[in-house]
Design a protein around this ligand. Structure first.
Ligand SMILES: [Zn+2]
Ligand SMILES: [Zn+2]
Length: 242
């Protein structure tokens, strides 16, 4: 990724340990702190679920193919990564948002470079918030994360391709209820004739995968040929070791 011009005038400091950074450092995290982040590796290539062994799909994806063909979720929703997501969401933390967005963009670029047969997305669609949450929060964190990804991939960002109508609250609701979240909480503003585009959904955190799956199904029903899910973080399963 290219160095922003202002970094040559204002050398950055590591967001975590305050160490001075070279102008070309992007994101604003030193190498030591980058290594200490809760990287989501290995993970299920389809749904991003943290796994113990590389190269396999998780049990759920082996049993039933999810509507998205790949998920890139570079960090586990733990430690600093979880703190950054919460600051981005609750306090519109732009430094944290940019850092997560750049880490996501770098992970997405690596994934497409490692898999040349994989179709590249034609457009990015941030997962929308319901109107009440958008009104209360004043911003959609998924758009903040999608901006550096769209720039890195050179694809358009369709900010309002999807809209959200109601739905089960994620926080505080049980896993079983969230998995039963109805698919029709999302609407797609466009219809495509075959062959439709490959659309990449962008979100901050995947918890059960129910929201991403519902949004992916909506896009496929609208004629998208393929859906990829790109999320900054993924929640480890409740029975994960450690
Ligand atoms: Zn540091
Ligand atoms: Zn999976």
């Amino acid at each position: 990724m290219t160095t922003p011009w202002w970094r040559h005038l204002l050398p950055g400091r590591c967001l975590l340990c305050q160490a001075a950074l070279p102008p070309e450092a992007d994101p604003d995290v030193c190498g030591y702190c980058l290594d200490a982040l809760p990287w989501n590796e290995p993970a299920c290539p389809r749904c991003g679920l943290p796994l113990l062994q590389a190269g396999a799909r998780c049990r759920d994806c082996a049993r039933r193919r999810p509507p998205c063909s790949i998920t890139v979720a570079p960090l586990r929703y733990e430690a600093e990564a979880a703190l950054w997501v919460r600051r981005l969401k609750d306090r519109a933390g732009m430094v944290e948002g940019r850092t997560l967005g750049v880490l996501l963009a770098q992970a997405v670029q690596r994934r497409y470079q490692q898999s040349p047969a994989l179709r590249r997305p034609d457009l990015l669609a941030p997962v929308p918030l319901g109107w009440w949450r958008l009104a209360r929060r004043g911003h959609n964190q998924a758009i903040t994360l999608a901006v550096p990804v769209a720039r890195a991939l050179g694809v358009p960002l369709a900010r309002s391709l999807l809209t959200r109508h109601g739905g089960v609250r994620q926080r505080g609701s049980s896993r079983a209820r969230r998995l039963n979240q109805p698919a029709n909480v999302f609407r797609c503003r466009r219809r495509w004739e075959p062959p439709g585009p490959c659309v990449a959904l962008v979100d901050d955190v995947i918890t059960t995968g129910a929201t991403a799956a519902a949004a992916a199904r909506t896009l496929i029903d609208a004629g998208a040929a393929e859906v990829h899910v790109l999320a900054a973080t993924r929640t480890p399963p409740p029975d994960a070791p450690g």
